[in-house]
Design a protein around this ligand. Structure first.
Ligand code: BGC
Length: 742
């Protein structure tokens, strides 16, 4: 059990909390909830809202209160009580048996179901969400959500806690791998499809962490200061797109403060923007211990405290009885939960437990990995490899002989058979976990007559000797990232830059495969002809990497995030709040929740690639960049002001089938005062050699408006819009200008 503990610095709080949860008012439930069909609100022809209201009318005050908080830390904390019907996920709320309302069992499931091994269950590790975003493929995103939803159902869960869509303002953020990159349009569309996929399996979805939880350093105390326009056009736009698309059951509010208010008690973020402007009909669930008050939070729009009842248990009952929180507010909280349960289908078709199909999950994970791995560089067409012409390959580093790396924290999925690098090692919050999908073994299968030899890369002399004596070297470099800790720099850890430089010096035919949580710097880039960004590629990652290296699959992923040349090129050259003495998040800041610090992100509106455009800084690899083994040509761009759409053709001019991700970037009229391009549309196309396809993209006002702070609404400006279409943010293939009338 100790392996499940988060980290020792929180033990004191844990002990105090376990006392509280031990006296939890949650009733001990062991009986089965009666079938919903026995009740008048079991009528599926009624709307979810009507059904929720019918239940609500029957509920006592205590029953209502029971639904708006969790039943404690449960299995997440050693020694804490675990309610009888708790499914051993991150969160549990007992249902109301007498009314046929089932329990809510939530599981963390950012990149696959967390803690499956706790009950000897299995869960598929998908590629990281950032990898998924590199596919730019809405179908892959839906499939990703389907895998998660399917496996949650099979394990008896009815709610997913995942769907991270915080934008990358801090490329060293420990949780970037759980998010979908730096652009609101790409991230919003990908995570929206993901949540739709989850809910297609009749499992409630969630989108998190609302909002501006863009770094882990000081996440409980950082106060993000930002104007409304900056908020609405960047991170909040990503949330808006995803939430409007998926209509998720839940939105999780975050740990940090925004403009002086905790996110979980921000009237602006919750009531005004999320519920009123976005029209969100689900419920706001707090991040674990991100609730800081009773009256202020309840009235600001928080609907459920997790994981316990410090504020929404007895204190909320008192506040209601004293009239400080109106009963109508409590009814609204419960209504939102019940209507979501009816709308998604978890009451009419509750999960039925069965054995997870690991083969199906692995196949889906590998397919998504093959669409998401990005070929960053391929000088002299070193790739794809032609095994028949290669006598020997040196495989160096990254535990490529046994597996692929996964991300940590609450997104950690348990590896089948245990950690592949040391099965006896417990999988704790801070231990890198490798999954048994060896790129080396997969490559050997595709290159049966080539000699593959492995060196761990820890002994530089031995590694360079192996590289020198081989036809070709492939260096696997890794960067382990996890919730609660940011990387101190963009540099690869553990002297891996020196390793790559030494191998490239020993053998000019060196390929680097990155398994990282996000972007890293590459001081050796001029000496390495080929680089593949595999992110955390999931349980089929080894096979996917081998298939791409050998051309069994043509690379098609494109970067959802800019790779900077150096930390000094970033808007924040050092991680704000990071303690330079320890090169870690300052633990004092985490422990002392009163000690908040202000953070004004220097880039403001110019997030991600926009920063590089405005500052005229050349990135190492630009947003949207990614190579293929074939070539594509863009032609015949037509912009139609009447229909607000554009049309162009893309042709595969090479000799191999391949997928291209065509991207549309728009510079707004001068009145916007925006001097950068915005991604305004994209399409993934699969093309046979010689095949061409016409692409039509709308100029969607939702992606092209500015937020007028004074008027507090969106404005689609009339005027001249400059359009650029092409294979990346840096390489416009075709450009034109379109006049939009008033
Ligand atoms: C994380 C959430 C997670 C929750 C429950 C928190 O520390 O920020 O993303 O869902 O724990 O495990």
């Amino acid at each position: 059990m100790s392996s499940l503990l988060r980290n020792t610095s929180t033990l004191a709080i844990l002990a105090a909390l376990s006392l509280l949860t031990a006296t939890s008012s949650a009733p001990a439930q062991t009986a089965k909830t009666p079938a919903i069909t026995q009740f008048a609100w079991g009528d599926k022809t009624l709307s979810p809202d009507r059904r929720a209201d019918m239940v609500l009318q029957q509920m006592t005050l205590d029953e209502k209160l029971q639904m708006v908080h969790g039943a404690g830390w449960g299995v997440l904390r050693e020694g804490d009580p675990v309610a009888p019907r708790h499914n051993h996920g991150a969160g549990f709320m007992p249902g109301i048996d007498r009314l046929g309302i089932p329990d809510i069992n939530q599981a963390d499931s950012a990149v696959g179901v967390r803690m499956a091994a706790y009950d000897s269950r299995y869960a598929t590790l998908l590629p990281s969400t950032l990898a998924l975003a590199s596919s730019w493929d809405p179908h892959a995103a839906h499939l990703y959500g389907e895998v998660i939803g399917r496996e949650l159902r099979d394990q008896g869960f009815n709610m997913s806690i995942g769907g991270g869509v915080d934008l990358t303002r801090e490329p060293r953020n420990g949780r970037n791998f759980e998010y979908a990159g730096e652009d609101p349009v790409l991230a919003g569309n990908i995570v929206g499809q993901l949540a739709l996929g989850v809910q297609s399996q009749k499992v409630m979805g969630d989108i998190k962490h609302y909002a501006f939880n863009d770094q882990e350093t000081g996440r409980n105390v950082v106060n993000v200061k930002m104007g409304k326009r900056e908020m609405r056009e960047t991170d909040l736009l990503a949330f808006e797109i995803a939430i409007k698309m998926a209509k998720p059951a839940g939105v999780m509010c975050s740990y940090n403060l925004v403009n002086g208010e905790h996110a979980c008690q921000s009237d602006y973020l919750l009531n005004q923007v999320l519920k009123k402007d976005f029209g969100f009909q689900g419920w706001v669930v707090s991040d674990w211990e991100a609730t800081h008050s009773t009256v202020a939070s309840a009235n600001a729009g928080l609907d459920q405290e997790m994981p316990g009842e410090d504020f929404f248990g007895a204190p909320l009952k008192n506040a209601i009885q004293e009239g400080k929180v109106p009963m109508s507010r409590l009814d609204d909280m419960v209504h939102r939960i019940l209507r979501s349960m009816f709308a998604v289908g978890v009451i009419d078709q509750p999960p039925v437990r069965r054995v997870v199909d690991p083969f199906r999950g692995r196949e889906d994970a590998q397919h998504i990995a093959e669409e998401s791995i990005v070929l960053l560089k391929n000088e002299g067409s070193l790739l794809p490899l032609h095994p028949a012409a290669l006598h020997s390959i040196a495989i160096i580093g990254g535990h490529a002989d046994v597996g692929v790396l996964s991300g940590g924290g609450s997104a950690q999925v348990d590896a089948p058979g245990g950690n592949a690098i040391n099965p006896s090692q417990p999988t704790t919050w801070g231990t890198p976990v490798y999954f048994p999908s060896s790129p080396m073994k997969a490559l050997q299968k595709l290159a049966p007559s080539t000699t593959l030899r492995y060196n761990a890369g820890t002994d530089l002399a031995a590694a360079t000797q192996l590289a020198r004596s081989s036809d070709l070297a492939i260096v696997f470099v890794t960067q382990y990232m996890s919730e609660s800790v940011d990387a101190p720099t963009l540099s690869l850890p553990d002297h891996q830059d020196a390793l790559v430089a030494a191998i490239a010096a020993a053998n000019p035919r060196t390929i680097v495969v990155l398994e990282t949580g996000g972007p890293v710097t590459m001081p050796w880039i001029d000496h390495v002809p080929a680089v593949l960004a595999a992110w955390y590629p999931g349980i089929g990652g080894g096979e996917a990497i081998a298939n791409l290296l050998t051309g069994q699959v043509n690379p098609s992923g494109k970067l959802p995030i800019t790779f900077a040349r150096a930390d000094s090129d970033l808007p924040q050259p050092t991680v704000p709040g990071l303690n330079p003495a320890t090169n870690r998040a300052d633990r004092d800041l985490h422990a002392n929740r009163d000690k908040s610090f202000d953070l004004t992100y220097k880039e403001g509106l110019a997030i991600g690639y926009r920063w590089y455009q405005v500052q005229h800084i050349a990135p190492l690899f630009a947003f949207g960049h990614g190579l293929s083994y074939t070539t594509f040509q863009y032609s015949n761009l037509h912009a139609d002001p009447a229909t607000h759409s554009i049309r162009f053709e893309v042709k595969n001019t090479g000799t191999l089938p391949g997928a291209e991700i065509a991207q549309l970037y728009v510079t707004l009229p001068a009145a916007s005062a925006e001097t950068y391009q915005r991604l305004a549309g994209f399409q993934r196309l699969q093309l046979a050699p010689g095949q061409s396809q016409t692409v039509t993209l709308p100029l969607d006002p939702a992606y092209l408006s500015i937020f007028d702070e004074a008027a507090d609404h969106w404005v689609f400006l009339p005027g001249s819009y400059q359009l650029a279409v092409g294979p990346s943010s840096q390489t416009p293939a075709l450009t034109t200008t379109i006049q939009i009338a008033k």
